[in-house]
Design a protein around this ligand. Sequence first.
Ligand code: CMP
Length: 145
Amino acid sequence: MSEQIGNLTFGIIKPDAVRAGKTGAIIQRITDGGFRIRAMKLIRMTREEAEGFYAVHRERPFFAGLVEFMSSAPCVVLALERDGAVKAWRDLMGATDPAKADAGTIRKEFAASIGENAVHGSDSEENARIEIAYFFSQLELVNSE
Ligand code: CMP
């Protein structure tokens, strides 16, 4: 993960969307959006893994519920590559609160609430690097060229 990091972002298809059978539809949106999938796996986060991933939100009132939700069922973690990947993935996801998400975004179509909002995306290149490394080893980042 060196010179290409500016083109990578990290995503999660969250438990609500996996449970609802929307994994395939969301992956289709991702590939239609011009992303190359560099790594992808289905995982079931432990409570401790969810707490670690969302540690930045530890003091927020929604933290306990967020950890409970994210460890409640399987999710799909992704390393996504594209020009301007961080912003492009956030644009494709839509606003955190699906009620405020633009038409045509993943959250508008698939999310039920701000807490169960179908997908996660990194908010910066630095966090993308941290979040990819949290779930994937260097060896798991597939190079297709
Ligand atoms: P995500 O992008 O995964 O990062 C933090 C998550 O906290 C966010 O998506 C929301 O799903 C979740 N969350 C739950 N409640 C709130 C809230 N009131 N405000 C912001 N985020 C919330």
